[in-house]
Design a protein around this ligand. Structure first.
Ligand code: AMP
Ligand code: MG
Length: 190
């Protein structure tokens, strides 16, 4: 039987990776296995080999066409993976010239997910998490910019549902409530 393909998105700093790690662990304890696939890592491996970036956070500053080339290669490689997969990625990426769709038509048709999840929380919590994550180069922006980005992500997710027939689910990852986000995501994936 074909596996389940679930795409997890959320603005930088919302805590997607923590929610995914917690969920994969919880489901594994129950005997439900998911592979954890990070879309950005697939892009970064190619970008690094090409010598165009030395850090994953530099990718969103590359020329738009370069980002799209890396995106296409990543989606083709990820589409070949069998079994249950969680794909950690972005509904949209904030670039110098505006929001770049994370799953444009040629990507969404390649991946054909069952579900797209948007991990969200309040802008002030996201900004605080960005400040405290010293392992990454996170964009420091105002609350309104973060709100606008989350809003754009909901809009563009509707377009992804139209193309692929997937469902769209919003999950809150509020301060001190990571466990609830994990429970909610687990119940969707189980
Ligand atoms: P992350 O570790 O999830 O923040 O991803 C690192 C970087 O990978 C992002 O800042 C983007 O530059 C890139 N990236 C990840 N997913 C996508 C996507 N679907 N489309 C375009 N770029 C992406
Ligand atoms: Mg992450």
């Amino acid at each position: 039987m074909a596996g389940k393909k679930v795409i997890i998105t959320g603005v930088p700093g919302v805590g997607k990776t923590s929610v995914i790690d917690g969920t994969i662990q919880k489901l594994q304890d129950e005997g439900v296995l998911y592979q954890n696939i990070n879309f950005g890592t697939f892009m970064f491996e190619v970008a690094q080999k090409d010598g165009i970036v030395s850090d994953r956070d530099q990718m969103r500053t590359l020329a738009k066409d370069t980002q799209k080339r890396l995106q296409k290669l990543a989606s083709q490689a990820i589409a070949k993976i069998d079994g249950n997969v969680i794909i950690d990625t972005h509904a949209s990426v904030k670039t110098a010239t505006g929001f770049l769709a994370g799953l444009p038509e040629w990507v969404i048709r390649e991946l054909m997910p069952d579900i797209i999840v948007l991990v969200e929380t309040d802008a002030d919590q996201i900004l605080k998490r960005r400040f405290s994550d010293l392992s990454r180069t996170r964009d420091i922006e105002g609350f309104r910019d973060i709100d606008a980005h989350q809003q754009f992500n909901r809009s563009v997710a509707a377009a992804y549902a139209m193309v692929s027939g997937c469902t769209v689910q919003y999950i809150a990852n509020a301060d001190f409530l990571l466990e609830q986000a994990v429970l909610q995501l687990s119940s969707i994936l189980r």
